[in-house]
Design a protein around this ligand. Structure first.
Ligand SMILES: O=P(O)(O)OC[C@H]1O[C@H](O[C@H]2O[C@H](CO)[C@@H](O)[C@H](O)[C@H]2O)[C@H](O)[C@@H](O)[C@@H]1O
Ligand SMILES: O=c1ccn([C@@H]2O[C@H](COP(=O)(O)OP(=O)(O)O)[C@@H](O)[C@H]2O)c(=O)[nH]1
Ligand SMILES: [Mg+2]
Length: 743
């Protein structure tokens, strides 16, 4: 990385560049790449000058589609850079065989699309996946400079975010997965070592995007089940950072498709096509050749439709466009043979001298002919067995300038979540597809118009530019929040200045939470006993007459008394329900409503029975349900249920539900650490105030402190405290230093 500037550039990283190189006798030729990622994202990349990115020289880093002889690489790089703002990652054939044709398309692709039986689990493929991700990491590091925003795309590069994070801790890194993220039961089929590495790899990003809410949830679920990390509102804390997983359904360049359809030469081409096909109804099918696309079922369904509805014979044509893809993978080759045979069989069976039922092309169509075909077709039959999104479905609707045409769409495509006016179909049912073909062909014109109108409004609004802008905006927002949080971290300078202020002060107030602040969390509450070192520190602090030290805890008074009673401290127990001044007696501040315990306890008890491993802690003025020993995913589900039950129960009472670190607690609504320490603050006698805590309840305390007070939150997350310290040990180190108890 050089230090040239801090201007924002976008570095797009994907396996495939938007251009693919082909070597012909006459030399290298550059063609547009195939597939939704490129066709969708290029529109955004090409418009970058007008967006968040102030500089034009954004770069797309990726593989150019073939292995290039070493002596030609320089030339190719220059051409790609000048004409396409692209920077190639050169990979030899053997590597690509194991990486792209191998782990990417024989392991991840089939598994993530629920084709378990096609999935290969081979160590050497995995090793090559790791190796190529490293090659990409080097390629990005060579180009990246401070200020760059890095956006990585798709399943080929799932390890890359973490690799880059190690090299560029502060860089904004986004990741978008264009294919489905499968359910945990499927994902866990990957050997644990690979699965964990993939999840950790992805978590190197600041923002991880998916096409649908389901994919996002499945990812978070796997993160919890496999890595043991919990999530709140899509956020995961990992390695001192907050990573966010969120849903961004990819849009298309609506205006491009809609305007192209209105061009006179495209209209002419569309009319020519209709005439050529004998003015028959046209059912269109367009996809890359891929077993996920459900082409075989679609053909069988078309045959069944013709068989069941002979009145439609000679009146309808299936235009089948199959785009060559991944020809090096066996399944793709055998599938091609299969399609050829099926098309031949159906045409042979139903065809007449005047009519070929299926017009089949095995090739890629550029934009204009494709839009002409979209526009000419009466029905689009899009029935993938699984598809991350499926942009063809959106493009078909966008290309309907006259709003005539019916979209039949598989409910297994990500696009089905948005295109709710399509005729939805289960792609596994040949009968169902056959029925919907009839329904589509017979749909009244007004209904077609109404449905397309509604979908076009949505597609025009959530186009690809908006999709990318939202993603980038959110990515930068996360970075900014991280930067703010990092600026609160109490480093050496802050610690030194706290120390100096402490030394210079005449009268000091020190407010200390107990669990998570003075001692680490233990599995059982009664195991969190204070150690000798902590007790020495506290003794030294209280022996200084200039200090008032208050333990402000949620613990019950008996426990505090037993553990700390011999130290002349002020103590607050149960978040303020009880108070004790040095060697005085405990004083009850809060009075609980009659019968509260007999009413609340059975609710908690019920959940202890429901969730083995969870347990109840009873205090004088509160009851706590702990679930820290139970597997997170299951525990959090129950915790949520219990929370709502308790909220309901407490609605018209003086009780309150409190969510803490893997606990739910019922307490009096007046118990609060802020109110509890108010008597000390009212004295206004202090010229140094230090407060420390780790949990939500400590925020009440931070909130009430005067501006000049020094407040420290232990651990990350949103806080009203002035500073953050990473660990409880760090904080105890500072406290020991103040007390003069450094070891
Ligand atoms: O690069 P290839 O191996 O030739 O494959 C082409 C692309 O196919 C996949 O596209 C996906 O992205 C689309 C846009 O988000 C989405 O609509 C579709 O459902 C996905 O399958 C693949 O994800 C790309 O990486 C490939 O380049
Ligand atoms: O002959 C063709 C067939 C398809 N496409 C484009 O290829 C993309 C396919 O994306 P989709 O999301 O439907 O599926 P993927 O191939 O990415 O799985 C779409 O943008 C199509 O416009 C094309 O340009 N020419
Ligand atoms: Mg605490």
């Amino acid at each position: 990385m050089d230090n040239k500037s801090d201007i924002k550039r976008l570095l797009v990283v994907s396996n495939r560049l938007p251009v693919t190189i082909d070597k012909k006798q006459e030399g290298y030729i550059f063609k547009e790449s195939v597939g939704g990622l490129v066709s969708g994202f290029s529109a955004y990349f090409n418009s970058l000058q007008d967006t968040t990115f102030s500089e034009k020289d954004s770069v797309w880093i990726g593989w150019p589609g073939i292995s290039v002889d070493v002596e030609d690489q320089q030339l190719i790089s220059e051409r790609l850079s000048q004409d396409f703002s692209a920077s190639p990652v050169f990979l030899d054939e053997v590597t690509m065989d194991k990486f792209y044709l191998g782990f990417c398309n024989k392991t991840i692709w089939p598994l993530f699309h629920y084709f378990f039986s096609l999935t290969r689990f081979e160590d050497d493929l995995w090793e090559q996946y790791v190796a190529v991700n490293k090659v990409f990491c080097e390629a990005v590091c060579r180009i990246a400079r401070p200020g760059d925003v890095i956006w990585i795309h798709d399943y080929h590069l799932m390890l890359l975010p973490a690799m880059l994070r190690e090299r560029m801790p502060d860089a904004p890194i986004g990741f978008f997965l264009h294919i489905p993220f499968p359910d945990y039961e499927i994902f866990r089929q990957l050997p644990r070592r690979w699965g964990a590495a993939i999840l950790e790899g992805l978590l190197g990003a600041d923002l991880i995007g998916f096409h649908t809410i389901d994919y996002t949830q499945y990812f978070l679920n796997s993160v919890t089940r496999i890595l043991g990390l919990s999530h709140t509102l899509g956020r995961v804390r990992v390695g001192g950072r907050t990573v966010r997983a969120d849903t961004f359904p990819m849009g298309i360049d609506f205006t491009k498709y809609n305007n192209t359809a209105k061009q006179s030469r495209v209209i002419r081409e569309s009319e020519r096509l209709r005439r050529l096909l004998g003015d028959r109804k046209i059912v269109l099918s367009v996809d890359r050749l891929d077993y996920t696309k459900g082409i075989a079922n679609r053909l069988e369904a078309f045959a069944l439709f013709l068989e069941q509805h002979p009145e439609w014979q000679e009146k309808v044509i299936l235009a089948l466009i199959v785009v060559p893809s991944r020809v090096g993978v066996d399944q793709y080759q055998s599938m091609k043979r299969n399609i050829d045979e099926t098309v031949g069989r159906i045409n042979g069976r139903f065809g007449t001298l005047r009519w070929v039922p299926i017009v089949y092309q095995y090739r890629y169509l550029p934009l204009s002919p494709l839009v002409a075909l979209y526009s000419a077709s009466d029905v689009a039959l899009i029935t993938p067995l699984r598809d991350g999104m499926n942009l063809v479905a959106k493009e078909y609707v966008a290309s309907k300038a006259d709003k005539q045409g019916v979209l039949i769409l598989s409910e297994m495509a990500g696009a089905a979540k948005e295109l709710d006016q399509a005729i939805m179909v289960n792609p596994n049912s040949i009968e169902e597809i056959a029925d919907t073909i009839k329904e589509a062909l017979e749909m009244p014109a007004e209904e077609q118009q109404r449905r397309n109108q509604s979908m076009q409004v949505l597609l025009a609004k959530y186009d690809v530019i908006r999709w990318a802008d939202l993603f980038i905006k959110q990515l930068l927002g996360i970075r900014e929040a991280e930067r703010k949080a990092a600026s609160k971290i109490a480093g050496r300078q802050v610690r030194d200045s706290i120390f100096n202020e402490y030394k210079m002060a005449r009268k000091r107030l020190i407010l200390l939470d107990y669990d998570g602040t003075l001692v680490p969390f233990a599995n059982e509450p009664l195991l969190a006993v204070p150690g000798d070192c902590l007790l020495e520190t506290l003794h030294k602090l209280v022996s200084d007459e200039q200090n008032d030290v208050v333990i402000v805890s949620g613990r019950g008074r008996e426990t505090l008394q037993q553990w700390l009673g011999h130290v002349p401290l002020y103590m607050i127990a149960e978040h303020g329900a009880w108070r004790k001044k040095k060697s005085d007696k405990w004083e009850k501040i809060i009075h609980m409503p009659a019968d509260w315990r007999t009413q609340v306890l059975p609710i908690f008890q019920f959940y202890v029975d429901l969730l083995p491993g969870s347990f109840i802690e009873e205090k004088d003025c509160s009851i706590v349900w702990h679930y820290r020993k139970v597997e997170k995913e299951i525990a959090e589900f129950r915790a949520n249920e219990l929370k709502w039950e308790l909220i309901n129960f407490t609605l018209h009472t003086d009780l309150q539900v409190l969510e803490g670190n893997r606990i739910l607690e019922i307490r009096h609504k007046l118990s609060n650490k802020g109110a509890a320490i108010k008597p000390w603050l009212d004295q206004a006698a202090y010229d140094f105030i230090l407060a420390a805590g780790d949990d939500k309840t400590d925020e009440d305390l931070f909130a009430i402190l005067p501006a000049e007070a020094c407040s420290i939150k232990i651990g990350m997350g949103d806080t009203k405290a002035k500073y953050i310290m990473h660990s409880q040990e760090d904080f105890c180190g500072l406290l020991a230093k103040l007390a003069g108890n450094e070891k």
